[in-house]
Design a protein around this ligand. Sequence first.
Ligand code: GLC
Ligand code: CA
Length: 584
Amino acid sequence: MNSYIPSSPAFNLKKIVVACIIILCSGNVFGQTDTTHKIDRKWWKEAVVYQIYPRSFKDNNGDGIGDLKGIISKLDYIKSLGVDVVWLNPIYSSPNDDNGYDVSDYRNIMSDFGTIEDFNVMLKGLHYRGIKLVMDLVVNHSSDEHEWFKQSRSSRTNPYREYYHWLNAENGKPPYRYSLFDINHDAWRYDSLTNAYYLHYFSRKQPDLNWENPKVRQEVFNIMKFWADKGIDGFRMDAFQYAAKDTTFPAFPKGFEKNFNQYYGMVTGLHGYLQQINKEVLSKYNVMSVAEGAGNTYEDAHNMVDADRHELNMAYAFDGVSIAKSSGYNLLEFKRVFSKWDSVFADKGWLSIFLANHDQARLVSRYGNDSPEFREVSSKMLSTFLMTMRGTPYYYNGDELGMSNPGFTKIEDYRDVSLLNEYHHQLNIGGSIPDFLKEAKFSSRDNSRTPFQWDSSVNAGFTTGTPWIKVNDNYKTINVAAEEKDKNSCLNYFRKLTKLRKENLVLVYGKYTLLDKDNPKVYAYTRELDGKKLLIVLNFTSTVAEVKTGYDLSTAKLVLSNYEGSISDKSKLLPYQAVVYQIQ
Ligand code: GLC
Ligand code: CA
């Protein structure tokens, strides 16, 4: 099945970040080149980003939906993690066809989430704690309930007509491209009001904006300035690679579905649009920018974030998260992908490091082992990986607790529009519903969207009402309150990792070198900067594994391990063991 997120049965995105106050020397000013290290230090490179899915984080008013007041009530918790930046999924006004990724008013807050006053309090509270805020900017498309679209569809001559992509029906049916949220539906939707088709790459309630129209671009610059003037610290450009499309709308060759990215986006003008955004907005504020997706080629990705080109700060490439399948994944491929991406940005540009987000199933369930025996240790191993690679780590809320997939077995438990579309399609074609549900249980986006587990009280302390999506049954043991009390919990291990990263500039900027490349069980690498070398060894399997690093580990200093106690045989790793050594 061709999917936007390949492992998802329905949401189909194929390749679809205060900085650590590094107290090395007080004259070390962020944003300037550090001549001692010959590294281009930036706050957004040194930050650990914590992604909050607002709908599922904390409900304050008992309606079952997370909200801004809920986030405000948990700011001290967020601070305690040692993270520097919060990336918040969209909180703008939205009819919620795609949980806020369908914006109906870019300058207002979704009523489910609160008010602009709540937003101001939240931002102030974050800044007071030295944490920056990055907002999602969803401008490949708007909601069909946005005033622009309402105007646009009202008549062929409306001034807003050109804000979207319309093709008149008398010229025939537009050449087929499928909706990324529904492989079986044309991304062109017929609208009888004006006898014309509009384009929606995502759901039919998410019409694509026409970026070739300078007025649309100006609207977006103004929206960005509105939020930057409010004091936010960055933008995550949602699905931005699709903003630039071939508006001659050619017919695609047979089988294009397998490689749709090549046809759907990055086609014309994307780098120009980004340069314009940079000139008009980004360059005028101390904000960071990251595009979802990294284009079709390494060159595209590199060009987007090459500082000399004045586009964006960092890429967010999907190759890493695309590896895990319900059938498992191959560590050699995993190592190859991450090593390749590191090499592309070794000299110029910057990368995000992540293995999970709101569009992916849970980290430990996909890349680790969520069985009772190995959940904690494998979750810690994966966190060690994320926090010791070069690039800015993006860490998804709940993963610090080792939250796992909820194991939904009934379609009634699911909420995701893309999954529900696919379900109906399977019904129509007489597909196997048990197979569909089995795959969904592993890879559905809803796996990562279940309520954040705060304590062992009803609904995990997330809400006093009925949660919009079911709480994972394991909340009684896996929750913040329980993990606070356990010094060896996933939560406290994560805090050690953020501290380690802050205290070791080598983990941010240091050269990455892969070791024991062909070892199918162990991922081993060094990070090196100014004579300081850290060695990271990670066993990705549930059995004991050997590692040949080429270093004399007898003199290596143990910096951190996810197992308690000393290590007797340093050439062997226990199941899912992760160790960080300093090489003397
Ligand atoms: C991005 C978002 C995803 C959303 C889609 C459409 O991929 O991460 O959640 O559904 O864009 O806006
Ligand atoms: Ca609420």
